[in-house]
Design a binder for this molecule. Structure first.
Ligand code: FES
Length: 165
């Protein structure tokens, strides 16, 4: 091999190595939001199951890390759910607070024994089934599970939080 050819080959290899050292971290940085696990895939710890009311739905606010593309925000409230009373330790029914109609917050009304949206008068039974009003569907149900006891003996309700907008 001629000396000139050898130097060209070595130079090209060095340039390629330097370009890779710069490009790989840049690629990883730029694609980070795409590679980050969506928060809706994760089960979030909501409340100890013993903290739920035994005779009426309990409203729980979920707290989690929040990402805005590349910006990380410290843990804060990301949404709320209604948890129905748990029966025999089974996971309680978990219903999204956001109304399927236009997104107002659904309330629980003990007088009616039902969920009620004050914005346009949609009403849902305790299983989230639509009774009347303009809501196009039942309340949205979210996946929910109960953990084994932790080191303090608490069993936690965990929820896979999603907003259906
Ligand atoms: Fe709930 Fe319209 S937003 S009924």
């Amino acid at each position: 091999m001629e000396r000139r050819t050898f130097l060209k080959t070595v130079s090209a290899a060095l340039y390629t190595a330097v370009a890779a050292v710069v490009a790989l971290p840049a690629f990883r940085f730029l694609t980070d939001p795409l590679r980050r696990k969506k928060s809706s895939d994760a089960f979030l710890r909501a409340t100890p199951i013993d903290a739920l009311s035994a005779d009426r739905p309990t409203r729980v606010t979920l707290v989690a890390d929040r990402w805005d593309a590349f910006i990380h925000h410290p843990p804060g409230p990301i949404g709320s759910v209604w948890l129905n009373p748990a029966v025999d330790g089974a996971p309680p029914k978990c219903l999204q607070v956001i109304c399927p109609h236009l997104g107002c917050g659904i309330e629980y009304t003990p007088d009616r024994g039902a969920f009620y949206c004050p914005c346009h008068d949609s009403e849902f039974d305790l299983n989230g089934k639509r009774r009347h009003g303009p809501s196009p569907r039942d309340m949205d149900e979210l996946p929910c599970r109960v953990t084994d006891p932790d080191e303090t003996g608490l069993r936690w309700v965990e929820i896979q939080y999603t907003e259906f907008r």
